[in-house]
Design a protein around this ligand. Structure first.
Ligand code: PMP
Length: 369
């Protein structure tokens, strides 16, 4: 009998709120009555975010392109509601974060998966994108770094894809960069805003709950061509409220302190990343693509799936087996890859070691097919 179930399934780290954020928000709250933010977000935050991208991109990014939203999910939903007509398709390379599908469907669109392969390092080729774009495809959406695989699409790879999308000026390209600063690569994660955008197609979604440790504060944003940003803001005005000002001040504080917050976060994550990758390398018949970004690994457990039954059902039963052994994981089937599991290493060291012991034991008692 094991003690409480250990969760490696959460998308959020266990990091404490950075002190600068606590101080900034507290100062505002203690100052008396709060004002209501403009629906697009506080001018100082929009300016700080635009200038972050201006520094890295070399292209002009104006504060008018930035809309602050109640989390990254809200940014995606505002974009889908703004850009999709009923029945439009969003082309999404998979495996990918399970949240995209329901957001797209709730907005009246259809997700069209473009399945990629772990065996060729999840290569996303221009030819595959070109072949997958159909008459109803309105958006190409990808996550970079990718949740759940941890794959980072490098500058040259993104450029090659954009050579294709520029041939389709009515297609929008959305890059979800919410894990942009959680990277163990020696090369920087390219932002979509670094690339020439002659047809105003490029949109970035980002947030503060992952890379900048503002877990639970509900702040995200989008950066879009100004006309799109304005419609998203109007949609937010009619359906929701601006992010509360203390949370936006916290976001501004972590934006200014991003270098030191990220340094600390990565130092902490480097240890648990090694523990997880070493532990997975030790499991028989398990293969794992080495994740360069995010705080997930996405190992292939298909050797442990019961053969000749529906892979979705077999994948769910593998996840149940792990849960019975005391570890919660995300079923890869929900990300488009049955038989894979998403494991977070943004957890305390001891919990991760114990979770790995339990997984090893559960698999040892399972047949290999
Ligand atoms: N995009 C991706 C790729 C994510 O993994 C998540 C959170 N799991 C989100 C967006 C949503 O982030 P938020 O908490 O800011 O709504």
């Amino acid at each position: 009998m094991h003690s409480a179930v250990i969760s490696l399934a959460s998308g959020y780290g266990y990091f404490p709120t950075p002190t600068v954020a606590v101080e900034a928000a507290t100062r505002l709250i203690q100052g008396g009555q709060l004002s209501v933010s403009p629906i697009e977000g506080l001018p100082a935050l929009r300016e700080a975010l635009a200038s972050t991208y201006r520094r890295s991109s070399g292209y002009g990014v104006s504060p008018q392109q930035v809309v602050v939203t109640p989390g990254g999910k809200a940014a995606l939903f505002a974009l889908f509601k703004t850009l999709l007509r009923p029945g439009d398709e969003v082309l999404v390379p998979t495996p990918v974060w399970f949240g995209f599908k329901s957001l797209i469907e709730q907005a009246g669109g259809n997700m069209r998966p473009l399945p990629l392969n772990s065996t060729d390092d999840y290569a996303l080729t221009p030819a595959a994108v070109k072949a997958a774009i159909g008459p109803r495809t309105r958006i190409l959406l990808f996550s970079n770094p990718n949740n759940p695989t941890g794959r980072i699409y490098k500058h040259a790879e993104v450029e090659a894809i954009l050579d294709v999308t520029r041939q389709h000026p009515n297609l929008m390209v959305i890059s979800d960069e919410i894990y942009d600063l959680v990277s163990f690569s020696t090369e920087p994660v390219p932002s979509l805003l670094e690339f020439a955008d002659p047809h105003a197609q490029h949109v970035v979604v980002n947030g503060f709950s992952k890379s900048l440790a503002l877990v639970g504060w509900g702040v995200g944003y989008l950066v879009a061509p100004t006309a799109v940003a304005q419609v998203c803001a109007a949609w937010q005005f009619s359906t929701a409220a601006a992010v509360p000002t203390p949370n936006q001040h916290a976001a501004l504080a972590v934006t200014k302190a991003s270098a030191s917050i990220t340094r600390e976060l990565l130092a902490q994550l480097a240890t648990t990343r090694n523990i997880l990758l070493d532990g997975l390398a030790d499991l028989p018949n398990v293969h794992c693509h080495i994740p360069e970004g995010t705080y997930y690994a996405f190992p292939d457990f298909t050797a442990y799936l019961t053969p000749r039954i529906d892979p979705i059902i077999a994948s769910a039963s593998l996840v149940t087996r792990l849960r019975k052994a005391g570890v919660d994981v995300v079923d890869g089937a929900s990300c488009g890859a049955p038989g894979f599991v998403r494991l977070s290493y943004a957890v305390p060291e001891e919990a991760l070691r114990e979770a790995l012991r339990r997984i090893r034991k559960a698999l040892a008692s399972a047949p290999v097919f």
